[in-house]
Write a protein that binds this ligand. Sequence first.
Ligand code: MG
Length: 316
Amino acid sequence: MQRSHPYMKSGFLTELLSPKRISFIVNPKAGTNLQKHIRESVEKYLNHDQFEYGFKYTEHAGHARELALEALAEGYDIVTAVGGDGSINEVASALIGTKAILGIIPAGSGNGLAMHLGYGRDVEGAVRKLNTAQEKIIDVGLMNGRPFINLAGIGFDGLVSNMMKGSNWRGFIPYFLKSVEAGLKYTPSLCTIEMDDRVLTEKCFAITIANGPMYGYNFQIAPDARMDDGLFEVVILKDAPRWQYFAAVPATLIGKIYDAGFVEHFTTKRVRISTEGTNYTHLDGEGLVQEGDLTFEMKPKSLHILVPQQKSDWNI
Ligand SMILES: [Mg+2]
């Protein structure tokens, strides 16, 4: 008599063959408005044999996290952020340390993380990619206990994020204009940066604590960053004549920012930054104003994430 396969006994195969449940958390106010057609795209392009799905729509800041927690409680296997890096941050913050998997449909203005992971820029394409995406586990960073998935920054880029707050005009042009304005306005301050194996005191224009390598629009601020190595890439832009920053922009677009003379970069598991006065910071592009020291810690391999297939064989 043929004995039943042990996988069948354990229910493994049953689980493997049953559709995954996927919740789409849509930010209707995300940068590009591309998310307007998410429902049609999912109905048309998601593999319905493979996935059961539902939609939730955010109504205010912080709501994406609440809806992600709700989706977890409802037993969804995959919770997908439909929005920009800010929406991804909120949804991911609910999933850290759980087995639920983060999916991404890029609908922000910059889409740094989605671009890095290979989701591309269009909603339809990203929905199709979910059908064959593979699960990976990545690190998450914490700044004073608050999570970030892609990048945290202090200084110039923190000021830009704060200046973009409340602005309804999104896209490359407003970011560019605000960056020029902030670049001329920002006064570098003396920072003490403690890392695993060194302490630096520098006059800094900006410090980026990178889990992922890029801001939106292909600005590769930390081209060597890997999301699963348990380490931060710390990129320091030292005080320099302003024209040097502008002159280095083309190099950042092709992953060569480390060639610029005013850039220093390090890898470390933890960072503590002390400055004088108020800190303009950002977490995944969300601007914050903070007093006192900033501490950055790693939560290694703490977030399950779906990565499009063509990217999943590469280093993330
Ligand atoms: Mg890393």
